[in-house]
Design a protein around this ligand. Structure first.
Ligand code: PMP
Length: 425
């Protein structure tokens, strides 16, 4: 047990000095004190199994000993140099990260958050293409900075302010909610036990969405595009998956209009999807720019943009890009340790194994409870859509076990049972 300020005092301080957003979201947010791997502890000593990883951020486990040791070692050596000097951790990290991406994606820009990474990717796309228009899906979340708010199309994040000049939204190929069905066409283990609900041609839904996409492209300035942003699976929107083959065709259409294709791997990267290290690989596409954050640092604030030498050069041609903290020795030491742990502890494989196991168990709840409308996802990125316009997102640290997955499914089942009983009364 930890002697903290106490809940009521914390609430007072929060209301007076901190963002009103959190208290508007939850009646009583947890007061957390400590974390260890997939476990969190509050100040009273109660423990919680973390099935959301600080919003899909803690990739290898809270306070993972290898990552902590690497951070501590670097803390005692050198925290910071400005980007105008060399230091070994950044070079070691750049080489390791580049080795995980296919050619020609090998030039790395280190920044501090997902929004910053996407800001930079927008700048690169425009500098490289000499075009303005950038397209993203409805339901997309790419950040909350003034620039990226133009790409984020989740209503709750939109401000009553003008923004997003040159940003266009296009229909999200959401095969569950969309008008053309096609939920059997997505890449999820759940499809192995679900029958095809829309006949006769599995690719019909994809073709309809592609027609919509072409329609959006046709309204761009001078029929030219700077870039197209896509999350390989939409995170904030509720783990929304697209029909197979959609991104591949969409990328070709964007490139034919001079645009570059950007994969936002902020939630999907670093092995979480199990079958592949990067989400774009599950769509069999090669982006021109990849942005990453969250899981890259296991909770440490760091992010990256990876692109081709050609696109990187066009940025240098236009301006001097500078970032005080991006790629600090401390961040790079943490990033290297995270990559080491993912590999040494086979966490991508664990995501695949435990994620698939858990997804199939959750899918059974769909037969038991009519309010479970859809179960979807891949690896340890799972969405359960309750058919009253609510989606439950599950994305635990990648170190969880099958036993913990069983526990989570049972807790969920018990909550649904209680909910249905209350409704029946
Ligand atoms: N892209 C995606 C897919 C995200 O989920 C988020 C954060 N939820 C961001 C970008 C923005 O990241 P950050 O909060 O680090 O700015």
């Amino acid at each position: 047990k930890y002697q903290s300020l106490g809940y009521s005092r914390v609430l007072e301080i929060h209301k007076e000095h901190l963002s009103p957003v959190v208290t508007a979201f939850f009646q009583k947010p947890l007061l957390l004190h400590q974390g260890h791997m997939e476990w969190l502890f509050d100040a009273e000593g109660n423990r919680y199994l973390d099935f959301f990883s600080g919003i899909v951020t803690v990739s290898v486990g809270h306070c993972h000993p290898t990552v902590n040791a690497a951070a501590q070692k670097q803390l005692g050596r050198l925290w910071h140099t400005s980007a105008i000097f060399f230091h070994a951790p950044i070079h070691e990290y750049a080489e390791k990260l580049a080795a995980l991406l296919p050619e020609p994606l090998k030039v790395i820009f280190l920044v501090n958050s997902g929004s910053e990474a996407n800001d930079l990717a927008m700048l690169m796309a425009r500098a490289h293409s000499n075009n303005i228009d950038i397209i993203s899906f409805r339901g997309a979340y790419h950040g909350c900075s003034p620039y990226t708010l133009g790409l984020t199309n989740v209503g709750t994040y939109k401000m009553e302010l003008p923004g997003g000049i040159g940003c266009q939204s296009t229909m999200c190929p959401d095969v569950f909610r969309g008008p053309w069905g096609g939920s059997h066409c997505r890449d999820s283990p759940v499809q192995t036990i679900r029958k095809c609900s829309c006949a006769p041609d599995c690719c019909q839904a994809k073709d309809q969405y592609i027609e919509q996409f072409k329609d959006t492209l046709s309204t761009s300035v001078a029929n030219s595009i700077a870039g197209f942003f896509a999350e390989p699976i939409q995170g904030v929107n509720g783990v929304v998956q697209y029909p197979k083959g959609f991104l591949k065709e969409a990328f070709e259409l964007v490139r034919a209009r001079g645009g570059v294709c950007i994969a936002d791997e902020v939630q999907t990267g670093f092995g979480r999807l199990g079958s592949h290290f990067w989400g774009f690989q599950t769509h069999d596409v090669l982006p021109d720019i990849v942005t990453m954050a969250k899981g890259i640092g296991n909770g440490f604030p760091m992010a990256a943009v990876v692109t081709t030498p050609e696109i990187a050069k066009s940025l240098a041609k236009c301006l001097q890009h500078f970032n005080t903290f991006g790629g600090s020795p401390l961040a790079c030491a943490v990033g290297s340790a995270v990559l080491e742990v993912i590999k040494e502890e086979n966490l991508q494989e664990n995501s695949q194994e435990v994620g698939t196991y858990m997804l199939l168990k959750f899918a059974k709840l769909q037969d038991e409870f009519e309010i479970v409308g859809d179960v979807r996802g891949k690896g340890l990125m799972i969405g359960i859509e309750m058919v009253q316009d609510k989606t439950f997102r599950i994305a635990p640290p990648m170190c969880i076990t099958k036993l913990e997955a069983d526990f989570a499914v049972e807790v969920f089942r018990s909550a649904l049972t209680q909910h249905m009983e209350r409704r029946a009364k």
